[in-house]
Design a binder for this molecule. Structure first.
Ligand code: GDP
Ligand code: MG
Length: 596
């Protein structure tokens, strides 16, 4: 065990975690140079393109240190976004130490601090690394001050690095060996292992990623997941070295995988404890949580014929994404689709992008919503996130909505703009504190619903990219929530209904009507677009009738040209949705989701 080190790299997004991971992999000799693609760990195309790590992956790096001994360094990759902080915490619970990466020109950011706190909660040994020192804008001294003042770490221990230019790589590997403690644990004790991730393999089923705390696991063992007592027989144990490499056993202190005929990733739960049926451990590991979606939205195929394809794609995605929840949904305007729950907005975007790209579907996504608690006059309580299920207001006693604690990290010059943005979003400024001379953390309590609606983009805009943001769920608070309906020629379009705070309703209704006016083409008749609460109209736009016949100019002319035109219109119509007699293009449904 003394030649094993388990570590993570934690950093704010874009500070160079993936690039550094690549360098560490390349410095150890498990990958032939010609096989190497940049950012080896970010394997999905989407991740590569957006440069974000969605699915964490693990890799076991054999490394011969300067002391002449061979070490196995287990790099446990963590997802780099607030939506996935639970997954990050489970990955960190599997480590003894972490590299804390700080961009030499950007300095310490919100997720640097949030991730450091998570790491300290797990008593991890921290090695600070200042990355991107090759940049002309690098300010090493300033970052060292921040490391001391804002992170409370010893700046003299910070390693100066450029993952891009291979500076500091060797020093980092040596520091992992010499500064991080080896794992502890008893290989002969009852099996106790922590699941920190899982992924789906079409041939073998679910591959469970875990850290052995105590005991030894071997093929043939009858295992049990402690949260739900589900039992399986281990078929294969092994470690990840880019590819899966089977091993005869995995002993205490090590990180590896098991394959055990588990059909979907939903049958395993991140944070759960694996034990052996015959000789179980006494207590599960602490910290297990069920995945809990916080943002909800419906997904429909643009072309209603594509519903079976969407259904098949959802089932496949679910195999690999235990936190995605969904059920069938129908809409008068959009036909069959799915009501889905996500961990956050980024998670929603990822699912949408994967469905469109990997399964070649074009989709309509309805406005994201949070989950509300509604107390009815008869004393019963219901939770809803789907505007369609909003009860008759006369029966409602009260409504409560989820609140978050938002932490914004920013240069103090943007304090005024941030204050204004958060107050507009119904935030309450509960705290602020200075870090160093001109950087600060501002803390707000605000409704999750206000963050779901393009908050992050606006924050980036008002702080010119320097502000960063992190949040935790707080509680539910009483609030005045109404349903805004959109009527097109007096017909309610269910997919456009939204639950919003009463004070925001007139603005949101007006904005939606204006956007629809831009997107809906002219018809042979006048089209009235209205926003309403209950029966009361609070916003209105009109599209005047279109007089000319589009094919008129072809009459007497080329018949094939006319046919082409009609053909084109027919194709266009497939991408249109009908509300009564009115055609609404797909783009209209999408445009109402964006604020400006
Ligand atoms: P992650 O989000 O933390 O995984 O960051 P990435 O590794 O994807 O890096 C973000 C961006 O910074 C990419 O464009 C990298 O090429 C770039 N980058 C990473 N390390 C360095 C470095 O040491 N120097 C410079 N100049 N750029 C770097
Ligand atoms: Mg990355």
């Amino acid at each position: 065990m003394k030649n094993i080190r388990n570590f993570s790299i934690i950093a704010h997004i874009d500070h160079g975690k993936s690039t550094l991971s690549d360098r560490l992999i390349q410095s150890t000799d498990i990958v032939a140079e010609r096989d190497f693609k940049d950012q080896m760990l970010d394997s999905m195309d989407l991740e590569r393109e957006r440069g974000i790590t969605i699915k964490s992956q693990t890799i076991c790096l054999p490394y011969t240190a300067k002391d002449g001994h061979l070490y196995y360094l287990n790099l446990i990759d963590t997802p780099g976004h607030v939506d996935f902080s639970y997954e990050v915490s489970r990955a960190l619970a599997s480590c003894e130490g972490a590299l804390l990466l700080v961009d030499a020109s950007q300095g310490v950011q919100a997720q640097t601090i949030a991730n450091l706190y998570l790491a300290l909660e797990h008593d991890l040994e921290i090695i600070p690394v200042i990355n991107k020192i090759d940049l002309p804008s690098a300010d090493i001294e300033k970052v060292k001050l921040q490391i001391a003042d804002e992170l409370g770490l010893d700046p003299d221990t910070a390693i100066l690095a450029s993952a891009k230019d291979w500076i500091g790589t060797e020093e980092i590997l040596e520091a992992i060996v010499t500064k991080l403690p080896p794992p502890q644990g008893n290989p002969d004790a009852p099996v106790k292992a922590l699941i920190f991730d899982s992924h789906y393999d079409p041939f073998r089923g679910t591959v469970v990623h875990f850290r052995m705390i105590d005991g030894t696991l071997r093929p043939g063992d009858r295992i049990m997941f402690m949260s739900n007592q589900a039992e399986y027989t281990v078929e294969e144990t092994g470690v990840f070295q880019i590819k899966r490499v089977p091993q005869k056993s995995i002993t205490a202190g090590r990180v590896g995988y098991i394959i055990a005929g588990i059909k979907t990733v939903s049958d395993t739960r991140t944070g759960d404890t694996i034990t052996v049926k015959k000789r179980p451990c006494e207590k599960a590991l602490p910290g297990f949580k069920e995945p809990k979606p916080v943002v909800f939205s419906s997904i429909y195929p643009v072309d209603t014929d594509e519903y079976p394809d969407l259904a098949a794609a959802m089932d496949k995605l679910k195999l690999n994404d235990a936190s995605l929840v969904y059920e069938k949904d129908t809409s008068a305007a959009l036909g069959f689709g799915f009501r889905c729950g996500f961990l956050g907005l980024l998670h929603l975007e990822i699912v949408q992008a994967r469905l469109e790209r990997e399964y070649d579907l074009s989709l309509i996504i309805t406005a994201p919503s949070v989950q509300y608690e509604i107390g009815l006059n008869d004393g019963t309580m219901m939770t809803i996130e789907n505007p369609a299920l909003y009860p008759d207001p006369v029966n409602i006693a009260y409504i409560r909505e989820p609140y978050i604690r938002a932490s914004i990290f920013t240069p103090d010059t943007y304090m005024g703009q941030i204050m204004q943005l958060c107050l507009e979003r119904r935030g309450i400024n509960t705290n602020y504190q200075y870090f160093g001379s001109n950087r600060m953390e501002m803390v707000f309590e605000m409704p999750l619903a206000e963050v779901v609606y393009d908050f992050y983009d606006r924050l980036k805009t008002v702080t010119q990219g320097y502000g960063s943001f992190d949040y935790d769920m707080l509680d539910y608070r009483q609030s005045d929530i109404v349903r805004v309906d959109i009527l097109i020629n007096s017909e309610r379009v269910d997919a456009l209904s939204q639950l919003v705070h009463k004070d925001k309703a007139p603005f949101r209704a007006r904005q939606t009507c204006e956007k629809l006016k831009e997107e809906i083409p002219r018809h042979m008749f006048k089209v009235a677009i209205q926003g309403a609460i209950g029966g009361k109209v609070i916003a209105r736009e009109t599209i005047n009738a279109y007089r000319k016949d589009v094919t008129a100019k072809c009459y007497g002319g080329d018949i094939t040209r006319k046919r082409k035109l009609l053909e084109k219109q027919k194709k266009g119509k497939k991408r249109m949705k009908m509300a009564g007699e009115v055609m609404i293009p797909q783009s209209a449904f999408l445009s109402v989701l964006k604020s400006k």
